[in-house]
Write a protein that binds this ligand. Structure first.
Ligand code: ACO
Length: 366
């Protein structure tokens, strides 16, 4: 049960914060009391029980007073009393049925001038911790029509999971009231829960801020496109990983640096396959100015297989991406300068398709 009492009351903190603070200061006390026929209860216990009876009688006017008195003073019933400056201001009267695995909440009330201060929440949290210590993990209660909202916020539900055989005949059916159940989680320290959640919230906020700071950082702009590179692997864009980007299987081809074991052997092999391809003839050497006088006016970053070959020999390709970028630029230059109907244009398409397929094979085999 980690539900409703987790509700934090906006900026002012948790609903039970004031109650927790007052308990730390000794203003509030939570005590479990019960009458006994075996030994005479202390005067203090009896005063607390009478105080509880008075609060219940006042706050539950539809309940006969004699009935309240009988149950509060019944030795089989216990009550968790909320005492403020030595006066009982609230409490919960309950009866435990450990063998049936549940406890019945019989009366629950806080004095009208002390309501909506979080005392009811803290009271219920104390009752939960108390039951976990005693090995009982289910509450049942017949909630008044007007108290259903409060019980819901304490984790009670109208759906009862406990087997009927466990509680039928053991608890009294109240007319006009709704049977509600709350299941406890023994791992939760209920009276500390709001503090735990606040700490978790603070940690989460810090983590989110850290991530946001790294996302908001202004990265230096990419300069490679000015140098004629047409395409770069997404993962090399500064800041993209920090922003949470993850490569898809399609991106894998472009993220291969670390997986290609012998880069120079691979680029040499790919270059050799390119030069011997039947569609590579327009790209074997730099474009001859005599054949295409305006070529270098249009194409600012020329590249060809011979130049690429020299770069391979001089081990200038420090990553497969750079090699891929040069081949793609070569094909792009060709398509930019030539008409789509030309053979040159078709060669660029065929050669690039062949090349990218080979790259995928090479990367896939590493
Ligand atoms: N209906 C709907 N919501 C309520 C009610 C209610 N009657 N009473 C309190 N709440 C809400 C509060 O607004 C608060 O919500 P939030 O955290 O979102 O702000 C939350 O429940 C807890 O409030 P607390 O301040 O912790 O509870 P409070 O100290 O006021 O005690 C109680 C609640 C015990 C129900 C009190 O209002 C009371 O004594 N009411 C009269 C008696 C009563 O009806 N008792 C229950 C009868 S059923 C039975 O006894 C089995």
């Amino acid at each position: 049960m980690v539900g409703p009492q987790m509700t934090l009351s906006g900026a002012s903190g948790a609903r039970d914060e004031q109650a927790r603070h007052e308990q730390r200061q000794g203003i509030l006390q939570f005590v479990v009391v019960s009458n006994s026929i075996v030994e005479r209860p202390s005067e203090e216990t009896l005063i607390t029980l009478i105080g509880l009876k008075n609060v219940f009688a006042h706050q539950l006017p539809r309940m006969p007073r004699e009935y309240i008195t009988r149950l509060v003073l019944c030795p089989k019933h216990r009550s968790l009393a909320l005492v403020k400056n030595k006066t009982v201001i609230g409490g919960i009267c309950f009866r435990m049925f450990p063998r049936q695995g549940f406890s019945e909440i019989v009366f629950c009330a806080v004095s009208s001038n002390e309501q909506v201060k979080g005392y009811g929440t803290h009271l219920m949290n104390h009752l939960k911790d108390y039951h976990i210590r005693h090995g009982v993990h289910t509450f049942l209660t017949y909630a008044d029509e007007f108290a259903i909202g409060y019980f819901k916020k304490q984790g009670f539900r109208k759906e009862v999971h406990l087997a009927k055989t466990n509680y039928l005949g053991f608890i009294k059916d109240y007319e006009g009231a709704t049977l509600m159940e709350c299941q406890l989680n023994s791992k939760i320290p209920y009276t500390e829960l709001s503090v735990v959640i606040r700490h978790q919230k603070e940690v989460l906020k810090k983590l989110i801020k850290q991530q946001q700071d790294s996302i908001r950082r202004v990265q230096p702009g990419l300069t490679c496109f000015k140098q004629g590179v047409r395409q770069i692997p997404i993962g090399t864009i500064p800041g993209i990983w920090e922003a949470g980007w993850k490569p898809s299987s399609n991106d894998r081809v472009m993220e291969v640096d670390s997986s290609v074991s012998d880069l120079n052997t691979v680029v040499k092999q790919l270059h050799s396959e390119l030069t011997s391809h039947s569609s590579a003839w327009p790209f074997q050497t730099p474009v001859d100015k005599a054949v295409a006088p305006d070529y270098y006016t249009f194409i600012k970053y020329p590249i060809d297989l011979q130049t690429i070959g020299s770069k391979v020999s001089m081990r200038q390709y420090t990553s497969l991406q750079l090699f891929i970028a040069d081949v793609q630029r070569m094909c792009f230059n060709c398509r930019s300068y030539n008409d789509p109907a030309t053979e040159y244009y078709q060669c660029a398409n065929v050669l690039e398709a062949f090349f990218m397929a080979r790259v995928r094979e090479v990367v896939g085999s590493t």
